[in-house]
Ligand binder design. Structure first.
Ligand SMILES: [Zn+2]
Ligand SMILES: [Zn+2]
Length: 450
């Protein structure tokens, strides 16, 4: 073979080999990966089912190996003693925004001086606070897409500790709608925002494009604005903004790419149109009628209540951190959110836990549990909403949401009985993510990824 032909043959062989192929086989998992045994006084392995007393969870590497009765010992394993506590699957928050400052006044002051790099560091800090609060998976429903994408990938690659992030890139919206960054801006700012407007669409054709652009930007779930929103700086209320044919176009395009769809929706007309268009979840879901609850039942869509958000937004307005247009909408949403939630419990709507953290401070996500229970939800149902139900809505029931063999070792614990006092969930003392102990005895731990 001539040298040139030989080179070509070698190159062809290299191309045919998978990128991660290795000459020598990797050592088997069982030889290398550390084993941890958690001794749980009370174990809520599958929220919704009766808790178990005195059980052990055996973790190897990233995954749960087995769950056994009694406090078992495994030779060479690290033992985590949680015999006085309640051990649960890591919590999942279906609605956060990790980029952006959660102090509205600071965010406004610094708006013109921050870049994607600044957003990435903010997101990293917010992600850590969220993990320390016991949330091992979050769905980021809109923000600086390159920053969130870098954050998600760095966490998955083990570069630093944080929750698993499922991202939506930017919120698809009509021009002038809740997701239009130009709203209320001066001409210079509006011009800059216009260049960044890939998320805006008008008409069904155009909404296909906007949806595809988000997928190109890393979206694993598509979020669109069905109605007005509290924090967009435009007057005009919380009613429907996107036409039903545009919503349908977003949903069918997303489904073609295997993505689920979340609709930001406050006003009843927008909620009902989004449900008819086939969305997987309604975010906020503030104003409803009888038809809304029929549609929830018919479609099986989830309701993600975000009860923390309207109260937090209103408090911001009271201290002068909102514009007049925002404050008026915050007032309209406040109060109705909790009434709707109470009715949804009575109507048997499927509910997944979500906070809209960024509107309320990151790391306080678990305060949502007490609001849910105060408005009629059983404590176990609230825990189920943040684990089993959220995993189902994510399409990740095979990996997260329960403590069962083969699933990711995402595990949290509190002292005492959260079924008797739901506010104990605001003080998570133990956090394990992918088998690594990030918090123990209420203290942050140093791990190999920090
Ligand atoms: Zn929203
Ligand atoms: Zn939101």
């Amino acid at each position: 073979m001539k040298p040139v032909a030989l080179l070509a043959a070698v190159a062809a062989a290299a191309l045919a080999m998978p990128a991660d192929a290795q000459i020598t086989p990797a050592p088997s998992r069982t030889q290398t990966e550390p084993v941890t045994v958690i001794h749980a006084g009370t174990l809520i392995a599958v929220p919704g089912e009766a808790p178990r007393r005195n059980a052990s969870v055996v973790v190897q590497g990233r995954r749960i190996l087995e769950v056994r009765d009694g406090f078992v010992d495994v030779a060479g394993a690290r033992v985590v003693d949680l015999r006085s506590g309640t051990v649960m699957p890591g919590f999942i928050d279906m609605h956060v925004h990790l980029t952006g400052l959660d102090d509205r006044l600071q965010a406004r002051l610094l708006e013109t001086s921050r870049n994607t790099e600044d957003e990435a560091y903010t997101a990293m800090s917010n992600a850590r606070k969220t993990l320390m609060a016991g949330f091992t998976t979050v769905r980021d429903l809109g923000g600086d897409a390159p920053a969130v994408r870098a954050l998600r990938d760095a966490i998955n690659a083990g570069q630093f500790g944080g929750p698993s992030v499922v991202m939506a890139a930017r919120m698809v919206s009509v021009s002038g709608g809740h997701g239009d960054g130009r709203n209320g801006s001066n001409r210079d700012m509006a011009e800059i925002a216009h260049r960044d407007g890939g998320n805006l669409c008008n008409g069904p054709e155009d909404c296909r494009r906007a949806t595809r652009e988000q997928i190109g930007a890393g979206a694993e779930v598509i979020k669109f604005a069905a109605t007005g929103g509290v924090l967009s700086n435009v007057a005009g209320g919380l009613a429907q903004q996107m036409m039903e044919d545009e919503m349908r176009s977003v949903v069918t395009t997303a489904q073609m790419f295997g993505r689920k769809v979340a609709a930001h929706a406050h006003g009843v007309d927008g909620i009902n149109a989004a449900l008819r268009a086939g969305v997987d979840s309604i975010e906020h879901g503030t104003f409803t009628d009888d038809q809304t609850f029929r549609l929830y039942r018919q479609t099986g869509a989830y309701y993600v209540p975000t009860l923390l958000a309207p109260a937090a937004a209103y408090r911001d307005g009271e201290r002068g951190a909102l514009t007049a247009a925002q404050f008026e909408k915050a007032g309209a949403a406040r109060g109705n959110a909790e009434k709707t939630f109470a009715r949804a419990i009575r109507e048997g709507v499927k509910i997944a836990f979500g906070t809209d953290s960024a509107v309320s401070p990151h790391g306080q996500n678990a305060q949502e549990f007490a609001l849910m229970v105060r408005n009629g939800m059983q404590p176990m149902a609230a825990i189920k909403a943040a684990t089993v139900n959220a995993a189902d809505l994510l399409g990740r029931s095979g990996q997260v949401g329960t403590i069962e063999a083969g699933k990711d070792a995402d595990i949290v614990a509190v002292e005492g009985d959260p079924l008797g006092n739901i506010r104990l969930l605001e003080n998570v003392g133990f956090v394990m993510k992918w088998g690594r102990v990030f918090k123990l005895g209420g203290q942050r731990q140093v791990t190999d990824v920090d």
